[in-house]
Design a protein around this ligand. Structure first.
Ligand SMILES: Cc1ncc(COP(=O)(O)O)c(C=O)c1O
Length: 375
């Protein structure tokens, strides 16, 4: 049997998220309804008129143009639609990695890329984000060590899951320079882009900054529509064609509903409305988390996230993160994700804070009680 690691976080979530009273393992915001999305009457009509035939494999031209408008310099030919950001990552890494190739991979991170690097290539080499004062910084020395002439791709998650960190311009340039030195591709998973916690600016994209850049993303996080299973790849047209070759072996096309709704959602004026909704949620909820962390500062510490509805809490207790998460689930019926499931063995865990404030408070209170008991 071909080697593939169990994707631990996804397995843990699918086993337990619906069996706990409070799920703080979710990394998105309260999902949008189709009604909310289709507020203008004309959009509702357009949606109802969608024929449920096979869509184009890469998605409708109109949809791809709308997606491209989120990436300066991109046009429809740079975009292909997929079923979720996860299919986008799968197809891209399948396309880029051959046996013997190595993937350099940022941690902590959503470990799909880590597992796929080991599956399609020879190995995955990690480089870290590290705590530097009040921000997460790119560990440049670790990046330089991880990228060798056998590295075929460097994968980053920006904004990062689980920390909510965003790379500076200088750090983005450093990633590009180190990758360019060995002719490696950059794969940037930007699925949290647009959910910034302060200011008006959207996180800069990697797209267009160098020749060999692929961006993966979708509607599941910053756009609040994970159930639509809409994702995309943005890349040079030659690479898009290679991705298509693989797409013909996986799901053939996006669903017709996802194609239509993605096209409606990504038009600039609608996109702004959706992202404003997301920012409203995360900006209202973050202070709840920060106050709570303040109440437990003897045990907990947090570098506040810059984007996304997620944060990564460090704690000082004997108990390891996996064991702490297990006790939170079994004794307090609250689900969090331990650090090990992001590729780092340390005393830390991720919570999502994009849910309704009363549920968030309930979950935090449950965690606080166990922490108090253990300290
Ligand atoms: C960084 C990152 N990429 C991709 C995904 C998967 O996205 P989707 O649900 O659109 O397949 C996730 C889900 O948690 C994620 O955190």
């Amino acid at each position: 049997m071909a080697r593939i690691d169990l994707f631990e976080m996804e397995r843990m979530q699918s086993l337990y998220w619906h069996r706990v009273e409070v799920d703080l393992s979710e990394s998105g915001v309260v999902p949008m309804t189709i009604r909310e999305l289709l507020e203008p009457e004309a959009d509702a009509e357009a949606f109802l008129a969608t024929a449920l035939g096979y869509p184009l494999s890469e998605g409708a031209e109109e949809t791809r143009a709308a997606v491209a408008s989120f990436y300066p310099g991109a046009s429809a030919e740079h975009v292909t639609l997929c079923n979720g950001g996860s299919e986008a990552n799968l197809l891209v890494l399948w396309t880029l990695l051959e046996p013997g190739d190595r993937l350099a991979f940022m941690v902590p991170n959503y470990l799909q890329g880590w597992g796929l690097g080991r599956h399609f290539g020879e190995a995955t080499d990690t480089f870290g984000l590290r705590r530097e004062g009040d921000r997460w910084a790119l560990d440049l020395e670790a990046l330089e060590r991880a990228v060798t002439p056998r590295t075929k791709a460097v994968m980053v998650c920006n904004p990062n899951n689980p920390t909510g960190a965003v790379l500076t311009e200088a750090e983005m340039e450093a990633v590009i320079e180190v990758a360019d030195r060995v002719g490696a591709w950059i794969v940037a998973d930007e699925i949290y882009r647009g959910a910034e916690l302060a200011g008006e600016a959207v996180t800069p994209t990697f797209f267009g900054r160098a020749e060999r850049v692929v961006v993966t993303s979708g509607l599941s996080k910053a756009f609040g529509m994970p159930g639509l299973r809409s994702g995309w790849v943005v890349a040079p047209p030659e690479l898009i064609r290679e991705v298509w070759v693989r797409h013909d072996y996986t799901t053939l096309t996006p669903s017709a509903i996802s194609d239509r709704l993605t096209g409606l959602a990504l038009r600039p004026e609608v996109r702004e409305r959706i992202l404003a909704r997301t920012r409203g949620i995360v900006r209202a909820n973050l202070p709840v988390v920060l106050d709570w962390v303040g109440e437990h500062r003897d045990v907990l510490s947090l570098i506040p996230p810059v984007a996304g509805a997620i944060c990564y809490l460090s704690y000082e207790l004997e108990l390891e993160a996996r064991a702490l998460a297990e006790r939170l689930r079994t004794e307090r019926s609250v689900l969090v994700v331990p650090a090990e499931m992001f590729g780092v063995a340390e005393r830390a865990f991720r919570i999502g804070f994009g849910d309704r404030p009363e549920r968030l408070r309930d979950g935090l209170e449950r965690i606080g009680k166990l922490l108090a008991e253990l300290s």
